[in-house]
Structure formats: structure tokens, C-alpha cells
Design a binder for this molecule. Structure first.
Ligand code: FE2
Ligand code: FE2
Length: 174
């Protein structure tokens, strides 16, 4: 049984759009780890995930949910962990795409093997990250976010999704 088949990716209006994206991400990540798709295709999906999916979570879901989590649980650990993992994935991804080390006059770019290694690091973080959201943070949202807020978050997510997805498609055509 694949990892994807072990989760059901079903939730309320506040999380469903994001859970649908998780379903795709887990599939693409497992395909990369099984050598069914190459590193370029995988990193393209990660770029999309950073620009669209992480952004929806960081800008809409987490700020909407944070006051309720504080109110009921008095700790923000679940949010801190999720945001920290977004930052780790972004930082590894940016390290692949920008030559960032300069030794004297020479810039050291990564070898293909190193790039695949970093892709593997991202893949491992992503699988457990999605698992934590599906079974941890998102279930807290289902439990503690009041019904009217769930509807508001759901509407905001679909609107922002349309904007971000269009922006991504316009930029990637350039
Ligand atoms: Fe996330
Ligand atoms: Fe997510």
C-alpha cells in the first residue's frame, strides 16, 4: 500500500482545497522516490507548492486559525512546526536554484548528483509534513475553528488560489 492510500484527504470547507493539493503532492513525491518521474519534474512541482500551496497556508489558514488554537490550547507548537518546515523546504529549494557559494572568483554550482540528493531531502520533509498537517494541524482546525470561520476561510482560499495559480502560470510562461 502506498503512503497516499493510507490517508483519506477529506475535511471541512476550511481545509479541503489544501487536502486536494496534498493528494497530488504525495503522489508526485512518491513517484519521484520510486524513480517514476525525474528531478526536474519533481522540483517543478515543489516550486508550485512553495508559491501556491505554502502561501495559502501561511497567508490564509494559519493566521485565521492561530487565535483559536491559542484560545483553546494555550500553545502554538503545531503552527510553529508547520511554519518551520515550510521555511526548511524553501531554503533547500533556493539552495538548489541559486549558486550561493563563492570561493574566490569561482562560483560552485551543484552537481546533478547533489541536486538529486537535495531533492531527496525535500521529498522526505514533504511526506512527513503532509502527514502532520493531515493528521495533526488540519484536524485541530476541524475541531476548533468555528463553523462560520470555516466557511470564510474556505471562500478566501478559493479566491486566493485562483490569483496565485494564475500568477504562477503567467510567470512560468515567461
Ligand atoms: Fe504545509
Ligand atoms: Fe499543506
Amino acid at each position: 500500500m502506498s503512503y497516499r492510500d493510507s490517508m483519506n484527504f477529506k475535511g471541512s470547507k476550511a481545509t479541503q482545497l489544501l487536502r486536494d493539493q496534498h493528494y497530488t503532492t504525495v503522489g508526485v513525491t512518491e513517484d519521484f522516490l520510486d524513480n517514476k518521474i525525474d528531478i526536474t519534474k519533481f522540483l517543478k512541482h515543489i516550486n508550485y507548492t512553495i508559491k501556491v500551496h505554502f502561501s495559502l497556508e501561511d497567508v490564509i489558514l494559519i493566521p485565521a486559525f492561530s487565535p483559536f488554537l491559542k484560545k483553546y490550547m494555550e500553545f502554538e507548537e503545531p503552527i510553529r512546526i508547520i511554519s518551520g518546515e515550510h521555511a526548511s523546504v524553501k531554503s533547500i529549494f533556493n539552495g538548489i536554484n541559486k549558486p550561493r557559494i563563492y570561493e574566490g572568483e569561482q562560483d560552485i554550482t551543484l552537481t546533478q548528483e547533489e541536486i538529486i540528493g537535495k531533492g531527496g531531502q525535500i521529498a522526505k520533509i514533504m511526506l512527513q509534513h503532509v502527514y502532520k498537517e493531515e493528521n495533526g494541524l488540519f484536524n485541530l482546525v476541524e475541531q476548533y475553528l468555528p463553523e462560520p470561520e470555516k466557511n470564510r476561510v474556505g471562500n478566501e482560499l478559493s479566491m486566493r488560489y485562483t490569483t496565485l495559480d494564475n500568477e504562477y502560470n503567467t510567470q512560468s510562461k515567461k
